[in-house]
Ligand binder design. Structure first.
Ligand code: SAM
Ligand code: SF4
Length: 467
């Protein structure tokens, strides 16, 4: 039966959110500490709690907030960081998003939609670097008839093979679909369906989305309702920070998650926090109306970590290495590496004339991995949960009592070992083996045994082993 939330953001009550921000303007030290105490129990935070944390500005309370986020992150995610690469298949677009280089009227960008062969070539390059997870991205105008292009492209990525290795999980970042098209997408075995609302503030939304189907805030904000109806229980949310007040946006995001939890029993699997970066042909992107400074950005990541402790936070290569490093400590659990944001970008050296926005981190996957190791993080290419159908509510049921760690930790080590053996230089292997040995030393007996078993299989030549 048709539900109002299938087409309208009926859960978005702007005045209630504004009321909360109005009520919590000044920093109330005791209240902040009470909320931080609550957050330590890993049970998440209410909208009001989030509004309280957003007032923090004194250095000592900020340190307490960061410290709490760091300990919650370590408790739930340990030191594992999941790696992926975006794969832009097309920059054709019928929308007029003022911040984006792909918008329809922008003549400064060379348009291109990759065909399945070209997509396979791009995928093979990523496979040769060692990637196992891809985020497929496209503008909102598909060559041919509708969603078929998207479905063929997913098949092309899964179908590419390089030295016996394949991409094991394709997440997608696409425009909103109907329930019927979401069903067809689900049949393609996607991992996460990602979609960023950009802004939940209606006047701002109207000002920056001038034409095309994306003009309709409600259709976009109801996408996850339709996706979940179609059986996609793994969804990724996001905002484009810099369009409007980050505090309003973050509260609206929390309200959106609460709505999905109430209606479907599960919220979102990941949150992305892109900040607007300069983009060719976009004045707005060079001068975002509500630019978020680094301090507020770090605060935002820490607050999200406490508010929805079991939801992964994704950091892209929009950010520079130093900021990425700080956010890893505060809550981020997944990062992209070696990214290109133009279709065909992995094959071509001229990456800029068709790119969506400017990148802040230009390092290769190998360099990012070396840096993670130096900071005592363990790179993970794990796709175990998705392969075993541990998604949506099933994932949360394991995550909340802390059981998921028993799977993630061994799988991170076995996939990292695969990477070292198949793609690592001798120096990378040496450093990586030291990281793995230290991780094993820090594990309790049972998890260590499971990890050692998986590692032995990989060293013995087996691939794609997970628990
Ligand atoms: N076209 C689809 C859409 O808009 O939903 C899907 C992919 S779009 C290429 C991916 C995301 O890039 C957008 O949702 C937006 O948040 C982000 N983006 C666009 N312009 C950006 C910019 N100048 N800086 C940072 N991120 C940007
Ligand atoms: Fe098109 Fe997406 Fe860029 Fe908007 S953000 S112009 S919909 S590619």
């Amino acid at each position: 039966m048709e539900h109002a939330a299938d087409t309208k953001a009926v859960w978005l009550h702007e005045s209630a959110l504004e009321g909360l921000l109005e009520k919590h303007q000044a920093e109330d030290r005791q209240h902040v500490r009470d909320v931080l105490n609550k957050a330590r129990s890993l049970s998440g935070l209410s909208l009001e709690d989030v509004a309280v944390l957003m007032t923090v500005h004194s250095q000592d309370l900020l340190d307490e907030l960061f410290h709490t986020a760091k300990s919650v992150k370590e408790e739930i995610y340990g030191n594992r960081i999941v790696l992926f690469a975006p794969l832009y298949i097309s920059n054709l677009c019928s929308n007029e998003c003022l911040y984006c280089a792909f918008r329809r009227s922008n003549k400064e960008v060379i348009r291109r939609a990759l065909n399945p062969d070209e997509i396979r070539q791009e995928t093979k390059i990523l496979l040769r670097q060692g990637h196992k997870r891809v985020l497929m991205v496209a503008g909102e105008a598909y060559p041919g008839s509708g969603i078929d292009y998207v479905l063929e492209s997913i098949d092309a990525i899964y179908g590419a093979e390089e030295n016996g290795s394949r991409i094991r999980r394709v997440n997608v970042n696409l425009a909103p679909l109907s329930v019927e098209d979401f069903r067809r997408l689900k049949e393609r075995n996607i991992g996460t369906f990602q979609l960023f609302q950009e802004t939940y503030h209606r006047p701002t939304y109207g000002r920056v989305h001038l034409a095309g189907p994306k003009k309709d805030l409600d259709w976009r904000a109801s996408s996850f309702d339709r996706a979940m109806q179609a059986g996609i229980d793994d969804v990724g949310m996001g905002l484009l920070y810099g369009l409007y007040d980050w505090r309003f946006e973050t509260l609206a995001l929390m309200a959106h998650i609460a709505h999905l939890e109430e209606r479907f029993g599960v919220g979102c699997h990941t949150i992305s926090v892109p900040r607007i970066e300069p983009a060719i042909g976009s004045d707005l992107a060079s001068r975002p109306p509500y630019a978020l400074d680094d301090q507020a950005f770090l605060k935002l990541v820490a607050i999200l970590r406490l508010a929805v402790p079991y939801t992964g936070i994704i950091m892209s290569t929009r950010e520079n290495p130093a900021i990425r490093q700080r956010t890893l400590e505060l809550g981020v659990s997944q990062i992209s590496a070696g990214s290109r944001t133009n279709p065909g970008g992995y094959q071509e050296s001229s990456q800029f004339e068709a790119a969506q926005f400017q990148l802040g981190d230009h390092r290769s996957l190998a360099e990012v991995i070396a840096d993670l190791g130096q900071h005592k993080f363990i790179p993970s290419f794990c796709t175990g949960c998705y392969r075993l159908g541990r998604t949506g509510k099933d994932f949360m049921d394991l995550a909340k009592p802390g059981l998921i760690k028993e799977k993630c930790a061994p799988n991170a080590l076995s996939t990292f070992e695969e990477y070292l053996l198949d793609y690592g230089t001798p120096e990378a292997r040496e450093a990586g083996e030291r990281t793995i040995a230290a991780a094993l030393d820090g594990m309790d007996g049972r998890i260590r045994k499971v990890s050692e078993n998986l590692l032995a299989k990989v060293r013995d030549g087996r691939r794609d082993v997970y628990c």
